[in-house]
Design a protein around this ligand. Sequence first.
Ligand SMILES: *[C@@H]1O[C@H](CO)[C@@H](O)[C@H](O)[C@H]1NC(C)=O
Ligand SMILES: *[C@@H]1O[C@H](CO)[C@@H](O)[C@H](O)[C@H]1NC(C)=O
Ligand SMILES: *[C@@H]1O[C@H](CO)[C@@H](O)[C@H](O)[C@H]1NC(C)=O
Ligand SMILES: *[C@@H]1O[C@H](CO)[C@@H](O)[C@H](O)[C@H]1NC(C)=O
Length: 809
Amino acid sequence: MKNPSPLTNILIPLLLFLSLLSPSASGEARTSLSRGSSLSVEDVSDILVSPSKSFACGFYNVGSNAYAFSIWFSDSAIKTVAWTANRDRPVNGHGSKISFRKDGGMVLADTDGTVVWSTNTSSTQADQVQLLDTGNLVVKDPSGNILWQSFDSPTDTLLPTQPITKAIRVVSSAAPGSLSSGYYSLYFDSDNVLRLIYDGPEISSIYWPNPDYRVFQNGRTTYNSSRYAVLDEMGKFVSSDQLAFSASDMGSGILRRLTLDYDGNLRLYSLDESKGTWSVTWEALPQLCLIHGLCGRNGICTYVQSKVVCSCPPHYEMSDPNDWRKGCMPKFSVSCNTAQRFTHLALPQTDFWGYDLNYSTSISLEACWKICEEDCSCEGMHYVFGSALCYAKSILFNGRSSPSTPGIVYLRIPESISTSGSSALQMHQPNCNDTHSEATVSSSNMYASSSGKTRWAYFYGFISAFGAIEILFIVSGWWFTFRMEQKPTSLEEGCRLISSQFRQFTYEELKRATGKFRDEIGRGGAGVVYKGVLDDQRVVAVKKLGDAIQGELGAELSLIGRIYHKNLVRIWGFCSEAPHTLLVTEFVTNGSLDKHIFDEHDKANVLGWGERFKIAVGVAQGLAYLHHECLEWVIHCDVKPENILLDGEFEPKIADFGLAKLSKRGGDGSDISRIRGTRGYMAPEWTTNLPITAKVDVYSYGVVLLEMVKGCRVSNLMVDEEEVEGTLKSLVRMLKGKLKSGEESWVEEIVDSRLNGQFNCQQAEKMVEIVVSCLEEDRNKRPTMDSVVHKLLSYHDDPSSHKELAVNQ
Ligand SMILES: *[C@@H]1O[C@H](CO)[C@@H](O)[C@H](O)[C@H]1NC(C)=O
Ligand SMILES: *[C@@H]1O[C@H](CO)[C@@H](O)[C@H](O)[C@H]1NC(C)=O
Ligand SMILES: *[C@@H]1O[C@H](CO)[C@@H](O)[C@H](O)[C@H]1NC(C)=O
Ligand SMILES: *[C@@H]1O[C@H](CO)[C@@H](O)[C@H](O)[C@H]1NC(C)=O
């Protein structure tokens, strides 16, 4: 036995012999292995622990009598695995062994001695195997050099200080509770951008960062080829492609992991060591349905009561009732060489991403149908009214449906199977009283053109997305809710979570933080704001809310506290000790927008064009997030420059969102005008009896945008005794005329003269165009915030092809 050879016939006796030499398995867990020792699968206490005992490694049970060699967090209530050697090749529960062999190699051997995995460190100076406090398992030589480390081969999780590099691919697990490889990966693409991809058996497609945007629009760069990203111990992740984000509970001393979950979302988790539970402190995609491949081919992803649900369209059924990833198959057959006739089945507010056979703009719905009808490989098309876009689809994949999804999908189905349409008309009107609401989408003129010859089986015209989905369930008879036994929160739509630092403060604490409310920094509709410094040195703004808001606010506030977006003021917590109600938010250094654009005296310091455009984009993004991404679709109801704060880099942060909901709790009605926004920024429907929708914010945004372009308050433009609304109306009429005229010189007249012509003419024109559409009297004609973001971003200065600004001087 003095010269161990890898021949299997002597391996087993060797391993048996080595196991006899190893220290007693039932004793204190070991922190290192020396040459010749091993861990055996039979004894659950035979593990290696890190010095701080935060991590352990050993055999992890993955099924009946199946084991993997894994590293897990010791303090989580449910064993949470951070790394696995043999995720796709488990070993037998009897006789399997991890051995640090005499030759220096660490080897995982199955019952029969087959080497399933090895560190390839045999015939090196390897001296010791150690599990470090970072969760890194290392093989070291006598002088401490690392010869092999688990950090170089992550599975689905990256730990703090564990980098992802060129050579590394993080691959999700296949199902909740499973360790085996799934279809989602995080990797550095060949253009140096860190991406998430669905790499399934049928298709493969990138879904993060947003594939509809160019790299720079997503805030990334292709120029740094080092391809290196790492999460630090404070919870900040920085990547060479300029991606950067932080845990919402940023700070040291917290155990974290960045995991690519089986559902394809990349999430940063923090461990609450007292409870052993994980909370999400950042996630790549708050809207899960944007992840590709979730519902398989022909399947549609949607949200029902905070849950992600897959469904099949009518006349389709699940391919495998146990596995949504296999999608849906049609219950009809399509043949290309017979004279089969087709009809169209409408699925409103639905899209199937990608696989466009053909793409046409400015084309009628009938023409769009014709393209699809004439091409046998077309399975359906996506049509967007308004912009009249037509996408013919060769494959229906990545289906999703939500109130913010633009356009309608028309499925191509044989005429023979079509039946008469059901007409469940349902209208869901959101309003500021009730933030649990969807954006209203249907517009009556959308269907005006669909008369005469054209036929389609289902006329879902005026129903909201939810109505449509209910019908899908009834018609298709198949539906299924993803349920997560192990991680109950992880499949819910975003905008929740991110909560671990949200807390209740005592009045004493805030009194101390603000030096007895000495430093007043603002006074607004919602109350007086003071600057303060918390015990943990965080600089905060403390807002004393008026009497209108009282009672048990914890639940609702914590809901608002969970909303997290770079363009929304972060809410850290609240204090509710009668008679005091205070809100603690992040302190935003540069004050509110009004001070930067309306200041008559300080001409030298006037906000430049670049900043103005950036603010326009940021505010639109923040509002779009509130309107479309949060599950609790929130309407701000009081968008105005005073509520837009600017940080050190002039990145805007919207304040006071969600307060409309709280205000109504006051009940005495005396504050209605305040709750209902601010004069000059209020949409016309506030004075009529129309329900209040997210479009009131779009209107107010339009006013703010106009004020940023012009550099003065619209209400100061009052001509004679005319009302503000009247002035605004005539201004909009005038702008409309200018836009139509096609001349160019007018832009100069509109834009703030204090800029001395230093502005981007195209951007200014685009902004005026957006202003005009946002200020439409008919709210159905106003764009959504999402589409405003898209429009603005398409005029974003592209740093990679930077052109000189159109300077008119
Ligand atoms: C060891 O080497 C083999 C063959 O080169 C390779 O397949 C395996 O992935 C390596 N193992 C590790 C842990 O690097
Ligand atoms: C490229 O990225 C690396 C890692 O993030 C960073 O250290 C380096 O400074 C970057 N290089 C440039 C030119 O920005
Ligand atoms: C798209 O459809 C139009 C109209 O039918 C046709 O002229 C064009 O060639 C098609 N383009 C592609 C790429 O198939
Ligand atoms: C909002 O709430 C007030 C008072 O509860 C009520 O009078 C009003 O009708 C509500 N508005 C809408 C649009 O539901």
